[in-house]
Design a protein around this ligand. Structure first.
Ligand SMILES: [Zn+2]
Length: 70
């Protein structure tokens, strides 16, 4: 796995990540986002959680259920 910048598009966001920037609470601190400004971690909306979970699913490779799967 290569270390890519989290600012790129297409990166998955933790479902419990900040409402504004997507960073999780433990690593958040104060962040600046254009249009929002400086902010502390804010709980995402239910809709955001749902969308993020769906995004994660879409990115995760689908494994075919095979015989003797690990
Ligand atoms: Zn944030």
């Amino acid at each position: 796995m290569s270390l890519s910048r989290s600012t790129g598009t297409g990166s998955t966001v933790a479902p419990s990540g900040c409402r504004w920037c997507g960073i999780e609470a433990r690593g958040h601190g104060r962040q600046h986002v254009v249009g929002v400004g400086w902010h502390v971690w804010t709980a995402p909306t239910l809709q955001q959680r749902k969308e993020r979970m769906l995004q994660r699913r879409a990115v995760r490779p689908v494994r075919k259920p095979g015989p003797g799967g690990r």
